[in-house]
Design a protein around this ligand. Sequence first.
Ligand SMILES: C[S@@+](CC[C@H](N)C(=O)[O-])C[C@H]1O[C@@H](n2cnc3c(N)ncnc32)[C@H](O)[C@@H]1O
Length: 264
Amino acid sequence: MLRGHVRLATSTEEWEGRDGDHVTIPPQRHALAAVEDSAVLADRREPAIVGSARSESSYSQAVKLEQVRQAYASVAELYIELFGTSQQVHADDLAFIARHLAGRPGTVLDLGCGPGHITDYLRSLGVDATGVDMVPEFIAHARATHPSGRYQLGSMDDLDIPDHSVTGILAWYSLIHLPPQQFDGVLTRFRRAMAPSGTLVLGLFVGDEVDAFDHKVATAYRWPLDEVSERLTRAGFTEVERLPRLSDDTHRPHAAIAATAAEG
Ligand SMILES: C[S@@+](CC[C@H](N)C(=O)[O-])C[C@H]1O[C@@H](n2cnc3c(N)ncnc32)[C@H](O)[C@@H]1O
């Protein structure tokens, strides 16, 4: 879809997901079109500055975050239906997450946990995992569906995480809407929260350059994996594994990347 061009809802809508990326959605699900429209209009008002060092005011950062929160809130039911169980996550992704975040004592935070299914998956592996999301509908669903789990409503930006207190952080497609100029700051905060040798796992969309695209829920960004790796290094992490997935007819290129807190 062209940027700044509002697509009218037709007989079906496609959802830009990860596995089985283009999922056909019945025609009554037109809330998505409205969400997409508002995201596009928001883009028109304030074009994304991609890869720029320009800093944003905290006000405009807050406005963008609120747009993303509202966009997910308005499609929460559908998102849960399409993506809300670990059976809907690719087996290779689950194995990657388990390989890097399970099997060690300590707390793991699933930041931007959405419906909470991956938090629950981690807990099923014996991990002391807590899910955090800023969308009340997701947290209510997670608590109702996984009553023994731990879920917290809030923005990952406002969390009061003591320094060096967590052994793992999962940000599974939850940084995809983050404007690139805020990426380094978030990685630095994650690094500060990490216990020695703690591990960060990211899921993200991949491209040849840092670039905005019209994700179904809100404007999102794709990243070259080497650039992500460099930024991780600058923030004090060392990449330990990446799992790239090339595009095909139905998938955008996407990837997982794991990094451990570098010593020092
Ligand atoms: C693409 S969804 C991914 C959800 C889940 N990790 C999954 O794999 O299904 C992005 C999620 O990140 C959450 N999110 C984005 N920015 C956030 C922030 N600053 N604090 C908390 N949650 C955030 C959104 O509310 C949304 O649930």
